[in-house]
Write a protein that binds this ligand. Structure first.
Ligand code: ADP
Ligand code: MG
Length: 292
């Protein structure tokens, strides 16, 4: 590859908001066979909002939300922010929390008044033997709409369910269609529930989903795909995506995400728009063709 044409390619990318780190990233981009996309913040806006509060039989909705917001006040996770904002929008006072702790990919907990409040997914509830059977139907309905079901427990009892929804970015569907038209294999990777993942994927024409992935396992999944022969571009936005971006043949960070993700990536999409991936792929082909 002549350095000159690569520089021109990198410059063209920059003008279109596609920042390419070096010549190698552009060369590798031309060879990718598979694009792995993180769901939250990559396919979706990454700004979820609270859609519904569903209290279990003997629980009170306002109380449930107040408890959850108390714990989530100490969390920086987008789901936590959505829950705190939801409580504020309903004019609820948020009590203080003590002994806050979290398990990445599962949820958060802390002491609110007399009770230990846990907020998170089914895996968190299972770990503490909290029976969520009574909330299961509501959870599945939410997931089938593409929303995330967040369980809330007080002590060892399920108190209810919070339905949190993150809108799909307006440009995502077209970008996926164009990637598929280029015969690229498109895979969604997410820490979210399988059912939610499938609902979102269905709307975008993505037929491969890898869900319920713990933050520490994303990079392993990328390397498994590579062992199976795939040349992988991985796009993500979060701190927990950084190792997977580094493992991929080309890491693609959303400019709207965390600095850690951008540092691990060969390509950064300034506006976080997936059309940037299409542009980057097109650019790599054009540049490499000019060189040969
Ligand atoms: P993603 O792949 O979407 O970035 P994460 O690994 O951040 O996912 O989180 C995976 C799952 O863990 C979430 O879908 C949620 O069920 C649960 N979770 C993580 N953090 C929290 C939190 N602060 N409050 C509630 N649930 C959480
Ligand atoms: Mg994420």
């Amino acid at each position: 590859a002549t350095p000159m044409s690569i520089m021109v390619g990198v410059g063209r990318g920059a003008q279109a908001g596609v920042l390419i780190k070096d010549a190698e990233a552009l060369e590798r981009l031309e060879k990718i066979t598979t694009i792995v996309l993180d769901k939250t913040g990559t396919l979706t806006e990454g700004r979820p909002s609270l859609q519904a509060v569903i209290a279990a039989a003997d629980a009170d909705e306002a109380e449930l939300l107040r408890w959850a917001a108390a714990v989530e006040s100490s969390s920086e996770h987008p789901l936590g922010r959505a829950i705190v904002e939801g409580a504020k929008a309903r004019d609820l006072s948020i009590p203080p929390v003590a002994d806050f702790d979290s398990d990445p990919g599962l949820g958060v907990w802390g002491q609110v008044g007399e009770s230990t409040i846990r907020v998170g997914n089914e895996r968190l509830m299972e770990r503490h033997q909290i029976d969520v059977t009574a909330l299961q139907q509501a959870a599945e309905q939410a997931r089938d709409r593409g929303a995330t079901a967040v369980f809330v427990a007080a002590g060892s009892t399920a108190a209810g369910l919070l339905v949190v929804e993150d809108a799909i970015k307006a440009t995502t569907a077209d970008a996926i269609a164009e990637l598929r038209a280029r015969n690229l294999r498109v895979v969604m990777l997410t820490g979210d529930n399988e059912r939610t993942a499938r609902a979102v994927a269905g709307r975008l024409g993505i037929d491969e989903t890898i869900a319920d992935v713990l933050p520490g396992d994303k990079a392993d999944i990328v390397s498994r795909l590579q062992r199976e022969g795939a040349i992988v571009a991985m796009a993500g936005d979060g701190i927990n995506d950084a190792p997977a971006l580094a493992q991929a043949d080309v890491g693609i960070a959303m400019g709207t995400g965390t600095d850690v993700a951008m540092e691990s990536a060969g390509v950064t999409l300034v506006s976080g728009d997936l059309q940037g991936i299409v542009r980057a792929v097109r650019l790599s082909h054009r540049t490499m063709r000019n060189i040969r």
